[in-house]
Design a protein around this ligand. Structure first.
Ligand SMILES: [Zn+2]
Length: 228
């Protein structure tokens, strides 16, 4: 996703494209010099370089389909970044501390930026937690369904929550409140992007029920609420 996706509005349509066209793809009117109802908006790409994040949950396609885009069905791999962008993640062979490979991820901030004492302790917590016997494949083997990269992340979040005197989050709460809203945005963005790649433009009626929301959801950043 090297090109940035642009949304412009003309003749009551939302038009998505990589380059503002000379003529409106919907009504054919010359756009050059004509007044658009609104200035074209560049849609923020929902992917981040995970190694430039700090204290985030990162979601990336699993290794075997790393070159594929998010489709909502492809396997996803999750990890947690420390304050230096090293990504801790659990696989069949134990906990890995990756310095590369997470350049194209969805990031979910886990800690409020004003929690200084916690940010100070984060790397220690993460190291201590990763060294625990639970994540050592010799002690307790990796299981795709219930002892996997995601349980590593969720357990870590809950360990920190408990150290901070808060109650823990269930898998469902964590998924529904923090992961799904972002993944929905990613999936909408990806769909639009592929449409534009294929057809050059993607046109939707501005007032069509539901359609407007889809691009609004992408344009407006998901409020960065963090669980800790
Ligand atoms: Zn038009």
């Amino acid at each position: 996703m090297e090109q940035s996706l642009i949304r412009l509005t003309h003749c009551q349509k939302n038009i998505f494209c990589f380059l503002v066209p000379e003529q409106c793809p919907s009504c054919g009117e010359e756009l050059k010099g004509s007044r658009l109802q609104e200035a074209p908006v560049s849609l923020p790409c929902p992917f981040t370089n995970g190694h430039k994040t700090s204290c985030c949950l990162l979601i990336a396609p699993a290794q075997d389909n790393f070159n594929r885009d998010f489709t909502g069905t492809s396997d996803l791999h999750t990890g947690i970044s420390n304050t230096k962008g090293v990504v801790y993640n659990y696989t069949q062979t134990g906990v890995h501390k990756d310095q590369s490979g997470w350049e194209h991820s969805v990031s979910i901030p886990l800690v409020r930026p004003d929690m200084f004492h916690l940010l100070d302790q984060w790397d220690n917590y993460l190291d201590r937690f990763s060294d625990g016997p639970m994540w050592d494949p010799v002690w307790h083997s990796f299981h795709e369904d219930d002892h996997n990269c995601f349980s590593f992340c969720l357990n870590f979040v809950n360990t920190v929550l408990s150290a901070e005197g808060h109650s823990s989050l269930s898998k469902d709460t964590f998924t529904y409140n923090f992961i799904l809203p972002r993944m929905r945005r990613v999936s909408k963005f990806t769909t639009l992007y592929q449409q534009v790649q294929k057809e050059q433009y993607y046109v939707v009626d501005r007032h069509e029920e539901g359609q407007e929301d889809s691009s609004e959801e992408i344009t407006n950043k998901v409020t960065d609420i963090s669980p800790i």
